[in-house]
Design a protein around this ligand. Structure first.
Ligand code: FAD
Length: 382
């Protein structure tokens, strides 16, 4: 079986790893990184059993609900997808710890707190509930104007920590930015502390040291992107650079996809090209999927018909609707055409381009991770 995956974010990478681990000869095609390389360092997978159970009633078009699995099957699928991701990353040197069943709370470099279930091991010691009442030094770097350790320490104090700023010189170039910290060894701190919060990007943290979450550009996202590339190679996935701009279809199947330079044939395809930032959906007046011309839906309604009236009205009240519109799929993640029928029998879709997904709402990584894993597995074995 030859499987071709379009997209190199977390969804496409998981799909390719799944297909390869299920015996398919797998190729992944992408022009470069997408939203995955910007993630803050806190993977929001799912907020526990009760949340999953309530999804069907609250969000009937959510990608987890579209899978048609019962609670136990969904939980088992999440267990498997998380374990496979953690295993694949661990093998190439990026340790990601936690379980989707347990939520921790983590601060970013500006002190903003957010939940996560899976985090890099270098972030985990900064879990805020476990640091309540502890003395925490927040490291500020001399000359680094982009980040104010005193303000971050104040925010952490409001979150229940005894946090205080310490400034250290690091010999950075003139007018340094947070990006200049990437890969440098973490400076030591002389003060007596229970833990030390570092801006993200530094390496070789001392005992008790942890990395804060990032804003863009994100060292956590960049490390994850590099580790996914290494994991793909580790799983013998062939990586091909390039952007697909056309497809050859016949008899209800996809036969090949084309980039400016290549014509690539396969038996099964996985579309994981992301959302607006990745390039999987285009918003030009209405919203469209540019490669296969698939249907795009919002709360079950086609956006080509409804967008001008209803969605445009909603969009004025909140920017969210455009971010929940996307592809609808059947229970094997095969995307639908505008008429609501399976568009191509050998095409699966995964990740943030799915309808009902909203990265700000609890499952930022959960949806691309789980749908990527399942789409790749089904592409290999269905
Ligand atoms: C700034 C930011 C921060 C975030 N932080 C977090 C966080 O901390 N925690 C969390 O849980 N979630 C976070 N999210 C959400 C989450 O990171 C993303 O929703 C998720 O990574 C999307 O993964 P994806 O694989 O679906 O898409 P992407 O990562 O966008 O990947 C899409 C891929 O498709 C490729 N592609 C696009 N068009 C084509 C084409 N025509 N042919 C071939 N390839 C193509 C792109 O190059 C890219 O490789 C964040 C999102 C953003 C934008």
């Amino acid at each position: 079986m030859r499987v071709l995956v379009l997209g190199g974010g977390i969804a496409g990478s998981m799909a390719a790893i799944a297909a390869a681990q299920h015996g398919a000869h797998t190729t992944l095609l992408a022009p470069g990184p997408g939203a995955t390389a910007l993630y803050a360092g806190a993977m929001e997978v799912a907020t526990g059993h009760r949340d999953l159970h309530a999804l069907a009633a609250r969000h009937p078009y959510h990608p987890f609900v579209r899978l048609g699995l019962d609670d136990l099957e969904l939980e088992a699928a999440l267990d498997e997808a998380c374990a496979r991701l953690q295993g694949a990353l661990n093998r190439v040197g990026l340790r990601v710890v936690g379980s989707w069943r347990e939520t921790g709370w983590y601060a970013d470099v500006h002190g903003l707190v957010r939940p996560a279930q899976l985090v890099p091991a270098s972030v985990r010691p900064g879990e805020l509930a476990s640091l309540q009442g502890c003395r925490v030094a927040v490291v500020g770097v001399t000359g680094l104007a982009e980040y104010d350790a005193a303000a971050t320490a104040e925010a952490l104090s409001e979150a229940g920590l005894e946090a205080f700023p310490v400034e250290v010189p690091m010999g950075l170039p003139p007018d340094p930015t947070l990006a200049d910290l990437m890969g440098r060894p973490a400076p030591s701190v002389r003060e007596r502390t229970d833990a030390i919060a570092y801006p993200p990007g530094l390496e070789q943290l001392p005992p008790g040291g942890f990395e804060l979450l990032a804003t863009s550009p994100s060292p956590h996202g960049w490390r994850l992107h590099q580790a996914l590339l290494a994991a793909l190679e580790d799983n013998r996935v062939q990586l091909v650079p390039g952007r697909v701009d056309a497809a050859e279809v016949a008899g209800g199947e996809v036969r090949a996809v084309q980039t400016a330079a290549l014509d690539l044939r396969a038996d099964r395809f996985v579309l994981a090209t992301g959302r607006y930032l990745g390039g999987g959906l285009l918003k030009e007046g209405s919203i469209r999927e540019p490669i296969f011309g698939l249907g795009v839906f919002h709360e079950g309604a086609r956006v080509d018909r409804e967008w001008p009236r209803w969605l445009h009205h909603l969009e004025r009240r909140t920017p969210d609707p455009g971010f929940r519109a996307g592809l609808l799929t059947d229970e094997q993640l095969r995307p639908l055409n505008w008429e609501g029928e399976v568009a191509f029998t050998n095409l699966h879709a995964a990740g943030s381009l799915l309808a009902g997904y909203d990265y700000g709402r609890d499952h930022g990584f959960g949806v691309p991770l789980l749908t990527g894993w399942l789409a790749g597995r089904w592409a290999a074995v269905l």
